[in-house]
Design a protein around this ligand. Structure first.
Ligand code: CO
Length: 268
């Protein structure tokens, strides 16, 4: 029922600053821009591979996005899973007693959608969305950033979360490993990988989960790094990645609160 990670939502304080990084510096095409008055927000949707980034700037103090920024700072807000029948999916979630913020799907900026309640995934906010035809995912064209490689979720109980991803959405865990005290699980509902990270032994009093990081695949990591440096962004040096290829990080302060990494799997 799930086609892929349709988009990753980012709550930003300043839309123009967010667009300077994501649209200008990274070159991601802006495909839709507008207001979501009921949510007290203005929104911009950028294409990245077959998925999107949804930048959301609150316009009122009582916007849920303003509350998120007040509590956690700006940055990653939610992961939206795409489906071709959101009404059927949400009916199934209701039948399974999954806690939902929107018990009935509503018309949103990216399509017909429901938010799950935060506790459905231990504090990491998930959305399910049935996008309109034109937002089914295209390609980033000749943009230096070709796709979202993975999105990182920090969770207090990774094994439990993997069980819920299977129970709620039929998404299986592809791989799990442990290193030190940490457990890492990888799920692939579509093209984008979801990386779930948490303690090997779930503590009784745990910090709530969150959407914690974003990694993009790029085609020329040296050129992108040089360009980001020239723009004065806090970018590191490309180095060998554990999963193969080369990786470089941008400090969250340079990316509207989002820990961003770029991975280049090519040999050059
Ligand atoms: Co969304």
């Amino acid at each position: 029922m799930i086609t892929d990670v349709h988009h990753v939502g980012i709550a930003v304080r300043d839309m123009e600053a967010a667009l300077r990084f994501y649209a200008e510096a990274l070159g991601l095409p802006l495909v839709k821009r507008g207001e979501a008055p009921a949510r007290g927000a203005r929104v911009a949707l950028l294409a990245v591979g077959g998925s999107y980034l949804e930048l959301v700037e609150p316009t009122r103090d009582d916007s849920p996005f303003a509350e998120h920024i007040a509590e956690r700072g700006e940055g990653l807000h939610h992961v939206a899973l795409g489906t071709d029948d959101v009404d059927a999916l949400v009916a199934e979630l209701r039948a399974k007693d999954v806690p939902l913020q929107d018990a009935e799907p509503r018309e949103g900026f990216t399509g017909r959608l429901s938010y799950l309640a935060p506790e459905a995934m231990d504090g990491a906010l998930l959305e399910v969305v049935q996008p309109p035809r034109e937002l089914f995912g295209g390609s980033a064209g000749d943009c230096p950033v070709s796709r979202i490689d993975h999105v990182v979720l920090h969770l207090p109980n990774v094994e439990g979360a993997c069980g819920r991803m299977r129970e709620y959405f039929g998404v299986e865990t592809k791989r799990t490993f442990e290193r030190g005290e940490m457990r890492f699980s990888f799920l692939r509902p579509g093209d984008v990988i979801m990386e779930l990270i948490g303690p090997k032994k779930p503590p009784s009093e745990a910090r709530p989960g969150s959407i914690a990081g974003l990694a993009f695949e790029v085609t020329d990591i040296e050129a992108l790094t040089a360009d980001l440096k020239e723009r004065g962004l806090p970018v590191g040096e490309p180095h060998a990645a554990l999963q193969g290829g080369r990786i470089v990080s941008v400090n969250a302060s340079g990316a509207c609160g989002v820990p961003v990494a770029f991975i280049d799997f090519s040999d050059g």
